[in-house]
Design a protein around this ligand. Structure first.
Ligand code: TYD
Ligand code: MG
Length: 455
């Protein structure tokens, strides 16, 4: 049993327990319960009898609400993921691995917004003011009127933000903030939750947009920002594969916009550069296309994105063949392999299979099925696809190739980048100058790849 006033908070899901146990009863995580002072929830809420009737005003769904105003920061990739700019009075949580570039991105967003007249502050709990300033100067942002502070005390931050009017404030990071009203250590669930609650309240009250940085760590002492996701209006994740300069900002939750948008950036010496045409980035345009590669015409958010899918089918040295996937779902790979085997007679059961999405992009669309199947068949049959061919289409378990959303947009983007043929569902209508190799069944597509039957 915990000492008086103390309880055990799960560092993974934030549930509070009065007893310690090896496994969190709420989320099932192991070794995640940590004793925290002041974590115990207050006793059951006592409802007192109301002295007078309270009035609840109902409104209809058909009434009009003006669209929320937006602060366009001028970093277009960021603004698009927000749904057209940051909404005043909202709170945004930006999560990502340490070192992925969150501080760099948000310094650039704040500087760009400040140049357009927004009153911006950047409060760092991790770096000294000199460090942030030096980085801003190196990135050519020194002229932007961003007010910097290095502070971790929540009380000092709240007082500071109340004393001066701001439009946009970046808090880097939520895990370093601590409130003296709670005894738990900085970075604990209790502290992270308290800091977030106070900052969100201030944002709503003052019409101030607050951007919170949260580190997502593997199991460890620091509470994951998961526990505050429900408190904020939007949750974005900033992702990047190690070894690639590309960074992708992805919306996971957004009360003011769509969540399937992505923003693409490239990390360089001068910070993050916006990538307006991601297709060019994820394609290997130089040289011949080797056997095992297929260009997938995908859609990310509102934009078409072409990306190369690479497969390698190799003889297996072990009894159990290997299956490795990077950037795609392992379950879908298993499904595509099963359909290739049972509907097309292409047996890969005793061979190692590797599948990789180029450039560090992660694809979740079912429309990539046919491209993955084409890459696998191309490698297995040692037949390269033509250089100027894109592939898309969903595969059903029966071996049919199904239509997917926004086929026009996919084909137009491919035509714009010089592709002249497309392997996809019958019924898609390619723009002029492009030819569709319609495949009603997966077996048709695989036969075409095997025979090298192209224009
Ligand atoms: P940072 O924004 O500090 O990451 P985070 O806040 O997510 O922990 O960025 C860290 C990495 O970015 C660091 O390894 C260096 C690299 N970087 C550049 O390559 N170029 C730059 O101009 C900047 C500012 C950082
Ligand atoms: Mg940082």
């Amino acid at each position: 049993m915990a000492r008086d006033g103390a309880a055990y908070a799960c560092q993974s899901c934030g549930a509070i327990q009065t007893r310690w146990s090896g496994q969190c009863p709420a989320c099932g995580a192991w070794n995640s319960l940590v004793e925290e002072m002041g974590a115990r929830p207050p006793g059951a809420l006592k409802l007192t009898k109301p002295t007078r009737k309270q009035h609840l005003a109902f409104e209809g769904l058909d009434e009009t609400t003006p669209a929320p105003p937006r602060i366009a920061t001028g970093v277009d990739e960021w603004d698009r993921v927000c749904g057209g700019g940051v909404v005043p009075g909202s709170a945004i949580l930006v999560g990502g691995d340490p070192g992925v570039g969150k501080s760099t991105l948000l310094l650039q967003v704040a500087a760009s917004a400040a140049r357009r007249g927004a009153r911006c502050a950047y409060i760092s709990g991790e770096e000294a003011v000199e460090q942030v300033r030096a980085r801003a100067q190196r990135m050519g942002l020194a002229d932007a009127q961003v007010k910097l502070a290095a502070e971790t005390s929540l009380r000092a931050i709240l007082d500071g933000l109340k004393a001066e009017p701001f439009d946009l404030v970046v808090i880097d990071s939520i895990q370093t903030m601590w409130s003296d009203a709670h005894e738990a250590g900085p970075g604990s669930v209790t502290q992270v939750r308290a800091a977030c609650q106070e900052l969100v309240r201030l944002a709503k009250k003052r019409g101030l947009a607050v951007i919170l940085v949260g580190h997502v760590t593997k199991e460890g002492a620091i509470a994951g920002p998961r526990v505050v996701e429900h408190m904020v209006d939007a949750v974005f994740s900033f992702e990047g594969e190690r070894g690639y300069p590309f960074r992708i900002l992805r919306g996971a939750k957004n009360r003011f916009g769509a969540t399937d948008e992505i923003g693409v950036f490239e990390m360089g010496d001068q910070g993050l550069a916006e990538v307006k045409n991601p297709s060019a980035l994820f394609l290997n345009t130089s040289g011949e296309r080797a056997a095992g590669a297929a260009v997938f015409a995908g859609i990310e958010g509102s934009r078409p994105v072409l990306v190369e899918i690479q497969a390698l089918v190799a003889p297996s040295a072990y009894g159990t063949p290997r299956r490795a996937v990077v950037g795609w779902d392992g379950g879908r790979l298993a499904m595509v392999l099963a359909v290739l085997e049972s509907r097309c007679g292409l047996s890969l059961g005793d061979r190692d299979v590797y599948l990789n999405v180029a450039g560090g992009l992660r694809i979740s669309e079912p429309a990539a099925d046919l491209a993955a199947a084409a890459a696998l068949a191309s490698s297995a049959l040692d037949q390269a696809l033509p250089q100027d061919c894109v592939v898309f289409g969903e595969i059903s378990l029966s071996g049919d190739v199904r239509s997917v959303s926004r086929m026009d947009g996919r084909l137009k983007e491919a035509a714009k980048l010089g592709f002249r043929q497309a392997l996809g569902p019958t019924g898609a209508e390619p723009p002029s100058g492009m030819k569709l190799m319609g495949a009603g069944r997966l077996a048709d597509a695989i036969r075409r790849i095997g025979d090298g039957d192209w224009d």
